[in-house]
Design a protein. Sequence first.
Lengths: 357, 1098
Amino acid sequence: MAIENNLDWRLREERDSEAVRSKRWQRLPELPDETDPQPKDYFADQALLDAANTALYLGRPLLLTGEPGSGKTEFARHLAWRLGLERPDSDRAYEPIEYALRFDTKSESRARDLFYTIDQVARFQQAQSSEGDVDPLPFMEFQAMGRAIIYAARSDRLPPSIGKKVGHPGEPSRSVVLIDEIDKASRDFPNDLLMEIERMRFFSPELNETVEAEPRFRPIVVVTSNSEKTLPDAFLRRCVYYNIDFPGAELLKHIVAARLSELPRGADLVDDAVALFCYLRGLHLRKPPGTAELLDFVRALLARGLVASDRLAHRQDWRSEAVQTLLKTQDDQRTAALKELPWEQIGKSADSGRERG
Amino acid sequence: MMPAEAIVLPTSEQLDLFFDLLRRAEFKVGPNEIAAAQKILLLAHAEADDGLAARRLKTMLAPIVVRTPTQQADFYRRFDALIADIAPAPADDQRMQAGRTIGQPAAASAAAPPGMRSRRAVIAAAVAALLLTIAAEVWLLWPPPPQPPRAPPSAKPSPTIADVTGWVDPPPSFVTATLVRRAGYQVARVGAIALPLLLFAGWMLWRWRRRALWLERHSGVRKADPAVVRLPEQHQPLFPAADLTAIALDLRRHLRVPSRDLDVERTIPQTLDAGGSFTPVWQTVPRSPNYLFLIEKESAHDHVAGIFDQAVDRLVGEDVAVERYHFRDDPRWLIGNDRSRGIEPIADVAARYGDHRLVILAGADGMFEPLRDRLEPGVEQALAQWTPRAVLSTKPMQSWSWRELALRDLGGFDVATASHSGLRALAARAAAEPDRPAELLEGVVVSMPARPSLTRRESGPASAPSPRPGRKSALLICVGGAEDAEAEIRRLSSLLEHKAGFSVQVLPDPDRRRMVEALEFLVRTNYASDDTILIHFYGRFAPGSDGAIFLGSGEGLEMPAFAGLLNQSSAGRQILVVDGVMYDGALFQDSDTSAVPRGLAWDSSSPSTRKLEVVWARGLQRPKSEAETEVANGLTGLLVDTVEQDLTPIEAAMPIDVPFLVDLVRKRASRFGILDDLNLHYFTSAPTLEVMAGTVPHPDTTKMEPGAVFISYAREDQAAARRLCDFLEKEAGIDVWLDSRQLSPGEDWYDESRRHIDNCSFFIPVISAEAVRRQDGLFRREWAWATERAVRIAGAVPFIIPVIIDDTSANADGIPDEFRRVGWAQLRGGVGDEAFRDRMRSLVADNLGRLSDYPSRLTLWIISAFEVDQRSIQKAFGQFGNDWPIPEVMWPNSANDLVGVLRRALEQLDHAAGLIGVDRFSAEVPPVLTRIPDDRQRAAANIPGMVRRLRGLEQRHRVAAVTSFLLCANVKIHYSAVYQAGWTGLGVLGLQAPPDWVALLDGLPDPVGFVLGKRGDGVIQVRLRRVGGVDIAVGDSPGLYITVPERFAAKITSRPYELPLDQLYWWAIPQLEFAAAAVNRLPDAYSRDWYFDKIGGD
């Protein structure tokens, strides 16, 4: 993708000719696939994998903490990919592949929401308009944990209607369940989960059914937290804990290279960008930039027309991008004072980083 | 990176030991964790051959026991240490094998705590001593080496000699030598056996001596263990464990919150009731509450915060959801546990924990704007987001004041004490009804602020100058205070050293050992009976029972027997100043409520305080509780004494330590750049500002002056009443309220009269035959009100002073009984006489001393000749924090306004004089009684009168009085501010005398000098101009106002005059301190009435 040859989509102060204006949107650069980076691109260091090993070995949930952007959520999908647990199997390529069953915690989430939600109002109205008992199943929506347990249940122990609703493949199967940002919910949420996570079964009073996972197929649970709230001790005790440190310069270069395929590994531009990024993170900003910001920054540089062999120190025209993408508050922008970047220092760290690599 | 084959796996015993260590380091390690770890270890052993598993053991074990990021790093470090420890020497070929099989408890020894190591050393030494002894014994018991064959003289006869003499005496030296040898042998034997033991014992003794301090050994103090802090006299811990569990239970209690879920059970009947139309009823779900604790922590050594932190830890252990932040003084800037976040603005915290319940643990004072009696607006705004909110005040309940009430009423806080019982009350409240309006959770405010005690000890060592000043030693300790506290201590040290002749030792933030040693040294030094020792302690302290005082050393509470110990000192006068800035009685009030030693300092009769004066110094940093103010500031008293002595010999040439002064000035100036900025700003921007006429705050004309008199009369006696009124005003100089004169048409007689009777100091009913005869009349109602009020006034205080203007008898009918009981005055026709005048004067003077209902305020007034941008001044002062009041800025643009300002200043002066003057100064400084009438036309004419009154004072007191006057008029009257600002702080922002003023002052008969100084390098540039009788600097820059002493007056000319710095200082500083001391006695508290007026409730 030769971005630099194709820049006439950019908006300028002077008036556009009609030719430029019409269908300009078609020339807009391709949007990066923000939401769904490929799990195989994820780079996990050995310590993290060891923590996962421990969790798998002990059969306990893996609790990941770390700064926003340190890749907690991505790791769950990566783990599923590494374990070959994508769903449906990759040969059925017409459906989007689901790696980990994901549950996004909300502040009002309750333990039951993790298994299923039920639209009581609709069910109630249905009950009013029709005679006899109303089957609650159509009003239920199984959530990540619920689905994972159903998948893991033997089909002969499962009411067929339930299996059908979630697409039970017939044989029990394992899945990775991601409970994202558990600290968003109230403190009762993790406490209420304890028993269910230990036993891997749930009971639905509406269906009057208990669904239980086969022991061999117990779902693998990954929990993430921003450590904004301290989690209850009882919950922590049942988890395997790992704190993902923010990736170092080398890892960041890996990440950039993996995510932006148009840049070769070891490009000067990437080295400089990462060095600048690390320098800024060392400034004790109020909102230090994360990995996503770094990727945005490099993308913005590319969109600006810089190429892989450019050195940031030699050009001036990228600064507004840096301010916009890396520094999100006015205070930080003032603190960083981009005009006086100590380039010698940054260059040195970039060079030394390269030597190490 | 270690090569793979160098990695050694620990054995399972080693792992157990390691986990034991972890548990001691407060990792959460239980049986489950150990079992899991052993499983992992087995796994690692199973594939140990590739070495990779061994290297990964660390990262695989960590997730089991680690709970936080910091623990993760800690674990890695410890595990690396373990591996390094069990790794055999590199030369050993069998290292892997050995490491895996030999279970040495090496990990334990490497990380053994120092205590254990020392114990091991002791054991080793003891064993060595024992072995030595045994060896010596064995050696000695061994049969002594055979004596060298030595023929006895008799066995080897010498025929020649024997034959000649026949008998030979053994030489005497032989016997002695044998005896000596034998004795020496015994000594050597005993010595050889005992020596090792003796050495060992000596060594143990030395160790013990070194560890135990004298004070500890003799005062019988147990060292307070912060983990279970309890007062030494009591065995109950401050936070009993069982109670904490109960508290946690209450704090955890679920709330029911509405949810999105349908309550089917209740919806069905509701829907049926509604005739079938769908009527949803939503469920409420239980939710456990979260808490956000903001804990005021003065420093890392703050043991109160430490104790409370531990209590909170316990609550967290009981599964209460608590987030915790610390702050220093200002709750708008918080420091969390996560050090990497640094100081966080409260807005960030609010965004994260807005739904939590807020609990603030702090002294309430910091949340108020000093002098404005309202919550600090920024704080209020920042905290507004949390609805259930509470303050746990570190002040004991006895010291609660209107501030706690205001926190409840204006701030919407629940208020309790920062103690175990307060926490319990808070928990009970949280469990019961969270939606109730805020309340005081514990009791009520038991004592509204009382007036500061006016009576000082008549004669004591404090005020009686000894004929020969004894030795004076001072020890200033500042524990864990802020930087400014340390500066404060240093300043005190300078003052004590240079002004009061103390030899001073300063301990800024000492550790416990140094502190104890220094105290010990001071106590044990031999002093004569006229010597003085002074200990000034700044830090956390707590009163115990029996006058014991716990001084916080940052490592716990110390020395309960300290007071008694100090009493053992031979020094004749001992002063302990406990600076109340960090008074933390609240925590200890449960232990012994009666123990808070209020007024202890003045109880000289008590044998336990015979020699010792304990002074609870008022907080130098910010206004503190009234209980502390109640006892006068002893330190100030000390300075006052000193200053007083310094004022008299001012004419005499005294040696002056110029470098000290210069240094002093430089330090102060550098600490206080703000005034320079302010001055600059002010003087550059002032002339362009818009004139805001009529904004000078005028004195409140409707208010009764203290000492004012209310005259009540029947209509028929109006003429006499008027005469009486004139007499009192003109002759006695007393303010009078007379309805016919003060009441304008249309004003409500009822309300006005009632109010004035309630506020006046004296009530004079004019009694005549007419009045007695009339059975109804407005004056009867006034009389009734007055008698009603008299009931509320203490018996000994005169309030009603009936005046008979004709021959009516005091026993006549129609005179209320209350009138008969008091002293009468007979003034025919309302014409006053001298006796009556004197009596009224003295009554008013007493009353001014009492000032029972007069809410005095400490005010910073900036008097300026120009219009000032008030907001910018306020901003400039506001950014300076709580210690500064927001000044009222006034720029009198006419003589009348100036008079208004001066008049208020005079009130302040009167008040100050009334407060100090009662015993010590009353003889020399009569309270200035006469008020300036409100009549603005006559105002200018009164300035000479004011000046004359001041001039009438004796010279040395006049200096003081005038300085106070200026202080009152111009400067923040706050002890610390005087010092903080240094001498420039007294500099008013500028008095560039407008022509108006000059003309005004021109008419004065005698100079009261205003010197306008400017700070220069080493020399003060003073330009004086003599205008009429007044020395005044015109058109110069801002600076210091002082009065001109006589000896300088002679030198005053119209040309610029250089006043050497040292002279000026030597002369000015005592004044300032004196004035500060005087003014410092102004209470910053308010009366109960004042408060309820403000709140509008009862």
